[in-house]
Design a protein around this ligand. Sequence first.
Ligand SMILES: Nc1ncnc2c1ncn2[C@@H]1O[C@H](COP(=O)(O)OP(=O)(O)OP(=O)(O)O)[C@@H](O)[C@H]1O
Length: 252
Amino acid sequence: MNDSVIRIDKLNLYYEKFHALKHINLDIPEKTVTAFIGPSGCGKSTLLRTLNRMNDMIPGTRIEGTVSIAGQDIYGDTMEVEMLRKQVGMVFQQPNPFPKSIYDNVAYGPRLHGIRQKDKLDELVEQSLRQAALWEEVKNFLKRSALSLSGGQQQRLCIARALAVQPDILLMDEATSALDPISTMKIEELVQELRDTYTIVMVTHNMHQAARVSGRTAFFLNGVVVEAADTETMFSTPQDSRTEDYISGRFG
Ligand SMILES: Nc1ncnc2c1ncn2[C@@H]1O[C@H](COP(=O)(O)OP(=O)(O)OP(=O)(O)O)[C@@H](O)[C@H]1O
């Protein structure tokens, strides 16, 4: 396992009185794809959101314990949330491009962080679209509305937008579940290309997807991480009978 870049220690999360995450201890290795799997409502997205403090936006949420990224406590007093979100990008289930041009979607983050020179922006836009395997399809239409793209292209555009601010970590919350099989395959291939450069954490309902693309898997049940292991080990020799029941399709 690569060195851990994210360390989650004794984490509890409450939505008002509801105890959604219970005493989570989990290390997430850098430059690896880690998959969160488990039945609906078990806390996968909730844990993912704690990693870039998206849960701050949900009123009534309270956490205990620590999450540190590259050694820094992200809930500590000195953490700047804007910088955290630059370091930890996120892609959601539904592609959500801005109603702007393809170019402006990708340039949005860099501009927000103060980059104004056209050459530099052009370079970042091209590089990000190439990394997201979309450049060849859109290079002649960069001024076109992002909303004119197909769902799969929109999702790759959202990945390009996330990569444009040069994050270290990319969070993907069921990023292919709204896509057709071919677009899903393209995103999976893309994730495999990105995994040597970025730390990727993905929530997926699809165990086959977890097995195909991740190096590490964590299995969740009722707000608890039951087991975390190398994906191959988890799928071939799960340690906990609940993991075995889930991956063999007995529930969920
Ligand atoms: N904003 C919220 N307010 C209150 N409860 C919430 C909120 N978001 C999630 N929950 C509850 O927390 C629990 C965990 O939800 P979460 O979305 O993290 O699960 P999940 O494993 O990602 O599920 P799914 O696979 O269906 O997306 C669920 O019981 C859910 O109803």
